[in-house]
Design a binder for this molecule. Sequence first.
Ligand code: HGY
Ligand code: MN
Ligand code: MN
Ligand code: MN
Length: 412
Amino acid sequence: MKDVVFPQIDRLMADLDGLAGLVDSSRPGWSRVAMTEVDTHSRYWVADRMRAEGLEVRVDGIGNVIGTLRGRGNHRKAIVVGSHTDTVDGGGRYDGIVGVVGALEVVRMIRESGIVLEHDLRVVDFYNEEANRFELSCLGSRAMAGALTSKHLATQDDHGRTLGATLEAAGWDPQLAGTRWADDEVLGFLELHIEQGPILERQGLPLGVVTSICGISRFRAMFTGQRDHAGTTPMTSRHDAGCAAAGVVLAVEEIATSAESAVGTVGSVTFTPEATSVVTESALLTAEFRSPDDAWFTLAREQIAEATAKHAEKRGLEHSVQWLPWERPTAMDDHVSSVISSSVGQLGHPAAHLYSGAGHDGVQMAKLGPVGMIFIPSAGGRSHCPEEFTDPAQIAVGVHALAQSVVNLDQE
Ligand code: HGY
Ligand code: MN
Ligand code: MN
Ligand code: MN
């Protein structure tokens, strides 16, 4: 298998720094949250960068940016590389972004190696990979896989606005025109991503081959009690929705902590009214569980049902729990992962095989074809924060592994 030249770090970092400049400067860290103006603008910036590399570019109805390098063969199936450029609020410069700018560098490296691919190579910047305020993530890849349904689009945020209306307001098409890919057009999807955890750094390894991606299940719990005077209402006759929500916050922590390999996080608790002189009338809590174990989620749901009922009944409250679309744990494809492992070896690197506690577009792309992922180290295991960092030399090693894997998959 032909060796691919090493990436040019300066031009790779020029693209990464270019995106780091397209953020909402009124927010902490590097914020480019999906469905905001700065995100929409940055998608057309990425499209221009793809055109500059000679790719045929289209932006689909939901904002996926797809650049194609034509292969010489007449194959129906394409190789897909890419990731996402949207961030969490107050996020970092590398989560997702490394996989998009790295994929652009792969196009340049393949050309500079004098290699003409057999298969088309599609470089993709997936729309809205991060969990949005509708508690939904991976909207772009979900739409490609035909898994973004009218039910999802009807999901409302805390102000009663639907996801569909919000997408339309951000300049996208709630009918999702041109987003759906056929079930037989992906030879393999390969994503380069930062680990967002401590394992590679602790083991002093430059690369990881991902074995599986976590399942994620998010829910909203709503408690309704009674607004009363905070000074004159005895503790024994209150219907305080806030205290019930606080009980479920700790229940999420307890349920996840008591499980073998699960994590649980409460994202927000909203009290109404927000006043210390009024007993809280209603409380809305949003939370998520993650685990590699499909079956465990059923137990977690039962435990949440018990906890919400217990805290509600104790205070004479009404309550409800709404489970949002579940992303199931997803194993990476054995063959694509073996191509990645052998490519990593061909470049003379060791690699760990590790589970991803972070969600990725690969969960949706696995509905369209075989998926493999390459991890590079995260400093201190930190991510989803301004401290997120990966050394450019480490990014270059990851991009080299991605490029070699693409060529080896293509030449099979
Ligand atoms: O939330 C996640 O796991 C990913 O970073 N989107
Ligand atoms: Mn083929
Ligand atoms: Mn990511
Ligand atoms: Mn993320």
